[in-house]
Design a protein around this ligand. Structure first.
Ligand code: GAR
Length: 195
C-alpha cells in the first residue's frame, strides 16, 4: 500500500460520541495518518450525521446492506469502523472488507455481547447481574455478532448506586480512547499484511 493517510469510513446509528472522538483525534494529530472519508448512517435522524457535517465529512444514509456496500466502495475506504452501528452487517459486506472492519462494544466481551446486547441494554444487564466491573472492547468483525478477534479491551469499575446512564458514561470515556487505539492497530495490521 502506498504511504500516506489511511481512508476510513465510519458506520453509525445514533449520537456519535465515538465518531466525535475520532474526528477530534484526527484534527488533534493523534490520528494524523487517518482520513475519515465518509460517515454512513443506518438512520436519517442520527445526530452523528450532524457531527460529520460540521467536520466537513461526506455523509450518507444507507438502510439496506447493498447500499452500505455501495457507499463503502464509492468512498474508497480501506478500513471500516462501526461506532455505535446498531445493525448486523451482511456476509457480503464482511467478505468485501475481511479483517478490515472493527467494532466498539460497551462490555468486556465475551460478557454481555451478542444478539440483543447493544447500547443501554448492555449496561442494564451488567447492573442486574451484580457485576463489580465492566468495560469496553474493540474487535474485528466477522460473520457472528461480537465474535471477532479482540484487539483491545479496557475495564472500568461498577460503583454502588450506578444506573445504566452513569455506567454508560464511564464506559463511553474508555470507548473514546480505545477506539482510536484499536483503529491504529488495525491500520498497522493492514500495512503489515500489504508488505
Ligand atoms: C456506544 O456505547 C457503543 O459502544 C454502543 O453504542 C454506543 C454508541 O454511542 N454500541 C453497541 O452497543 C454495538 N453493539 P455513540 O453513538 O455516542 O458513539
Amino acid at each position: 500500500m502506498a504511504e500516506g493517510k489511511t481512508k476510513v469510513a465510519v458506520l453509525v446509528s445514533g449520537g456519535g460520541t465515538n465518531l466525535q472522538a475520532l474526528i477530534d483525534k484526527v484534527a488533534g494529530g493523534e490520528l494524523d495518518n487517518v482520513e475519515i472519508v465518509r460517515v454512513i448512517s443506518s438512520r436519517e435522524d442520527a445526530f452523528a450525521l450532524e457531527r460529520a457535517g460540521r467536520a466537513g465529512i461526506a455523509t450518507a444514509v444507507a438502510k439496506e446492506q447493498q447500499d452500505v456496500l455501495r457507499e463503502l466502495k464509492e468512498s474508497g475506504a480501506e478500513i471500516v469502523v462501526l461506532a455505535g452501528y446498531m445493525k448486523v452487517l451482511s456476509p457480503e459486506v464482511i467478505a468485501a472488507y475481511r479483517d478490515r472492519i472493527i467494532n466498539i462494544h460497551p462490555s468486556l466481551i465475551p460478557k454481555f455481547c451478542g444478539k440483543g446486547f447493544y447500547g443501554k441494554r448492555v449496561h442494564r444487564a451488567v447492573l442486574e447481574a451484580g457485576e463489580k466491573e465492566s468495560g469496553a472492547t474493540v474487535h474485528y468483525v466477522d460473520e457472528g455478532v461480537d465474535t471477532g478477534r479482540i484487539i483491545i479491551q479496557e475495564k472500568v469499575p461498577v460503583l454502588d448506586g450506578d444506573t445504566p446512564d452513569t455506567l454508560a458514561a464511564r464506559v463511553l470515556e474508555v470507548e473514546h480512547e480505545i477506539l482510536a487505539r484499536g483503529l491504529k492497530r488495525a491500520i498497522d495490521d493492514l500495512k503489515e499484511g500489504d508488505r
